[in-house]
Write a protein that binds this ligand. Structure first.
Ligand SMILES: CC(C)(COP(=O)(O)OP(=O)(O)OC[C@H]1O[C@@H](n2cnc3c(N)ncnc32)[C@H](O)[C@@H]1OP(=O)(O)O)[C@@H](O)C(=O)NCCC(=O)NCCS
Length: 184
């Protein structure tokens, strides 16, 4: 697996990974990303991807990609709070990460986080994220990277008839160094 910057040609495989989350949710898998009621159209996703690509080229947003067998199998995005750097909250980065279901548990998430956080150093003062409070594996991963929990919103996510809590974690990028042994 290789880890690199975002390419324009990543659209189809990243979209496939995202759309697959809807199937995982339908199958009752505990997907730790909040989704829409229905998958957005491809046209809407083109708009989302074009914006990500443009912001990444302009070095306003960070996007790291995992590639295996010539296709993108995971991505990690850090975007400024509120979407723009030039605001009073633009020094806070908001992180989102997704790995294709066939490639999880092989270190892709760890390497994507490391690459993104290394790039975030000097660009964002704080990086924060929201995680489903019951997603112990993701929380372990974030803790290994130096994230700490700063709060929890009870019943923040409504999935079907269930309500789930969201936990919020942050890492102070001033003085952040990569963990010595990120996988354990
Ligand atoms: C959360 C997510 C991004 C993590 O990515 P990942 O590629 O599975 O992460 P890693 O493989 O680096 O680490 C996950 C686990 O695999 C283990 N692992 C890492 N490298 C490994 C390897 N080579 N072989 C076996 N296991 C490995 C890690 O130690 C970790 O174990 P733990 O859960 O016991 O702590 C991914 O599972 C995902 O996309 N999930 C669906 C969406 C989601 O829930 N996103 C989180 C939003 S907050």
């Amino acid at each position: 697996m290789i880890f690199r910057d975002l390419l324009w040609s990543d659209f189809d495989s990243l979209l496939e990974t995202y759309y697959h989350l809807y199937e995982e949710r339908a199958a009752g898998e505990p997907i730790g990303i909040h989704l829409f009621a229905q998958p957005p159209s491809k046209a809407e996703e083109v708009e989302w991807f074009a914006n990500l690509y443009r912001k990444n080229l302009a070095r306003e947003w960070i996007c790291a990609v995992a590639e295996e067998g010539g296709r993108a199998v995971g991505s990690c995005v850090i975007q400024p709070e509120g979407g723009r750097r030039d605001s009073e909250i633009g020094h806070v980065g908001v992180l989102g990460i997704l790995v294709d279901h066939r490639y999880r548990g092989r270190g892709a998430g760890t390497s994507l986080l490391l690459r993104s956080l290394e790039q975030a150093r000097g660009q964002f003062e704080i990086v924060r994220l929201g995680v489903f409070a019951n997603n112990e594996s993701a929380k372990r991963l974030y803790r290994r990277m130096g994230f700490t929990t700063y709060g929890q919103l009870p019943r923040a996510i409504r999935r079907g008839t269930a309500h789930l809590d969201e936990e919020f974690m942050f890492v102070n990028m001033e003085g952040w160094v990569p963990p010595p042994s990120p996988n354990r």
